[in-house]
Design a protein around this ligand. Sequence first.
Ligand code: GLU
Length: 300
Amino acid sequence: MSDASPLLYIGRFAPSPTGLLHFGSLIAAVGSYLQARAVGGRWLLRIEDLDPPRVMPGATDAILSTLEAFGFEWDGEVVYQSERDDAYAQALQALATRGVLYRCNCSRKDIAAQSVVGKAGLIYPGSCRQGPRGSKDEMSWRVRTDGAFIRFEDALQGAVDVDLEREIGDFTVQRADGIFAYHLALVVDDAAAGVTEVVRGYDLLASTAPQIHLQHLLGLPTPRYLHLPIAVNADGDKLSKQTHAPPLDAATRHESLAAALTFLGHPPPAEARGDLRSLWSWAHKAWDEQRIPRRATIQV
Ligand code: GLU
């Protein structure tokens, strides 16, 4: 298959180096990797280091070496969001030209006072649509969501319908400090890389409708989406840095990989558990999207 083939599957894993990889990240890495490899597709790696103050020093190198130690092989060069401001600025300009952006100078306090809580945080009521009140040097850019109804079929979680204005509200595409917002950067990067399927955790399902909205406004294709169940602790909280999920340890990579495969509905048989190589070669052959549990969360 040539790189230009529109039929080629292109998947990706896009960790944020705000912390080290843990079991929850491994599930997204394994799921996205096997979805790609099972059909002979490409699997790309993108480091989402968009927000410098949130980047943990050393995390990017640690993520790359952990992925390597676990036997992941990515295609092409690693993409770093910190190097892609020009592409994001161009997309912002394209949105401005379409007349769908406005400046907003609401403070966090203003927003908290005016908004109700929705599926993906506070629903901004569009207070600055007629122009920001007062003056302030630093203002964010928001994208209008009025009239946007987004429908998509998640490959695992089923049909999702979102009334964007009522459920999410006009969202930020560039923050007041100049940092481009996650939704904008992600949509630009996935399109630039020709990603055909986004495989990630269920916690990002609510991000999908705003991202599809941006794809529509920017004239970009919408990939297929598959949101994997996420690992939660006994309290129902997602494994994360905040809930003190232990970082992946290369010394126990074999057990962790077997546990991630089991979590994803593919418990490896005894004869495949000998070493990392046999686990992967079994997983490449055994992988079947239909075996992934159609659940939002699974307790580990
Ligand atoms: N960087 C995001 C995260 O680590 C993932 C984004 C995505 O996979 O779409 O949660």
